[in-house]
Design a protein around this ligand. Structure first.
Ligand code: NAD
Ligand code: IPM
Ligand code: MN
Length: 353
């Protein structure tokens, strides 16, 4: 089969981690006789430099005409002083919105091989850690009304509509049905009206999923529980901003933010796949970034958008095997392991496919 993949390398370490990941995909193509046609497109800082906008219309059009999108990361200090709607990050928000990708799945799995890289005590981690953050991605405070009154005030409104909450809640319960049938709703319903509204709709959706156990945590408590008792979680469903913060926190349980992939989905098969981390300007261009989050994002792409389950399984198995052979990028390095760079990590994974 022939698949059209739009590729957005972006800024900072983006091109390095995406480069390693498309090589993995090429090898999968070779092995299984698929061809992946990449169309590289601009977004973020590189798009600002080339076309004076963080999200050229051509990028949106090419993404829409593709089977899936692979994205590295956008942003960096060079563009930090631009107005909000001209920044690289506005390109990322714009593409999520333009493609209708309201459901962001961020699985945090601690691989057996990486237990030494997890900062939590072994008794807290236990035998297995596998949780899924389902983050609402196209609403909430990221997309609410914004304004500024000169030097006096500035505001971003956190608003959710009923259809927005219904669809993300439903997605979370559907995912939980295929996992351990537990949903933790994270909000701030003790303070925010928008959270009370959100929670009431989650409760409504829960009635359609009687087998799923539902509980609620305030976001401050949830942040603490992730560190003291992460094993209680199966699926966490939460709003855009809370999901952004909690998923970075959850990533550390897996050893590093460089391990956490994501899928951004709508109702159909189409999706965008990206690591949850950013462009890491502090390590860009040094061949030390961990490409695994992006490589596992490619596995998610094969599974969700292209229905290539066997191929996706193989990538994940190759990642595990490479870790079991002791190869580690700097962020997940522990004593006695073999330190490798971005390129070599990618090559080792390919050898294990
Ligand atoms: P970041 O995730 O880029 O980096 C945070 C820390 O994690 C840094 O120390 C970095 O070196 C490290 N890190 C991140 N990815 C890594 C990897 N693959 N391997 C090893 N170490 C890794 O977050 P930040 O520093 O807050 O943001 C930098 C820029 O990235 C900003 O412009 C921000 O807006 C942008 N950003 C983009 C995305 C995205 O495109 N999805 C996500 C987050 C941040
Ligand atoms: C992420 C990032 C983005 C977000 C930024 C760069 C817009 O932090 O993908 O987690 O907040 O969604
Ligand atoms: Mn983030």
């Amino acid at each position: 089969m022939n698949y059209k993949i739009a590729v957005i390398p972006g800024d900072g370490i983006g091109p390095e981690i995406v480069g390693a990941s498309t090589k993995v995909l090429d090898k999968i193509g070779e092995k299984f006789n698929h061809s992946f046609d990449y169309t590289e497109v601009l977004a973020g800082g590189v798009a600002i430099d080339a076309c004076d906008t963080p999200l050229p219309q051509e990028t949106i059009d090419i993404c829409k005409a593709s089977d899936a999108v692979l994205l590295g990361a956008l942003g960096g200090p060079k563009w930090d002083n631009l107005p909000g709607d001209k920044r690289p990050e506005a390109g990322l928000l714009g593409i999520r919105k333009a493609l209708g990708l309201y459901a962001n799945l961020r699985p945090a799995i601690l691989y057996e091989e990486l237990k030494a890289s997890c900062p939590l005590k072994p008794e807290i981690v236990g035998d297995e850690l596998d949780l899924m953050v389902v983050r609402e991605l196209t609403g909430g405070i990221y997309f609410g009304e914004k304004g500024q009154d000169g030097d006096n005030a500035a505001w971003d409104v956190m608003k959710y509509t009923r259809p927005e909450v219904l669809r993300i809640a439903r997605k979370a319960f559907e995912i939980a049905m295929k996992r351990h049938k537990k949903v933790t709703n994270v909000d701030k319903a003790n303070v925010l009206g928008v959270s009370r509204f959100w929670r009431s709709i989650v409760l409504e959706v829960a009635k359609d999923f009687p087998e799923v156990e539902l509980n609620h945590l305030y976001v401050d408590n949830a942040a603490m529980q992730l560190v003291i008792n992460p094993k209680q979680f199966d699926v966490i469903v939460t709003s855009n901003l809370f999901g952004d913060i909690l998923s970075d926190e959850a990533s550390m349980i897996t050893g590093s933010i460089g391990m956490l992939p994501s899928a951004s989905l709508s109702d159909g098969k189409f999706g965008m796949y990206e690591p949850i981390h950013g462009s890491a300007p502090d390590i860009a261009g040094q061949d030390i970034a961990n490409p695994i989050a992006t490589i596992i994002s490619v596995a998610m792409m094969l599974r969700f958008s292209l229905d290539l389950t066997e191929e996706a399984d193989l990538i994940e198995a190759a990642v595990k095997k490479t870790l079991s052979q002791g190869y580690r990028t700097a962020d997940i390095y522990s004593e006695g392991m073999k330190k490798v760079g971005t390129v070599e990590m990618g090559q080792r994974i390919i050898e294990n496919l």
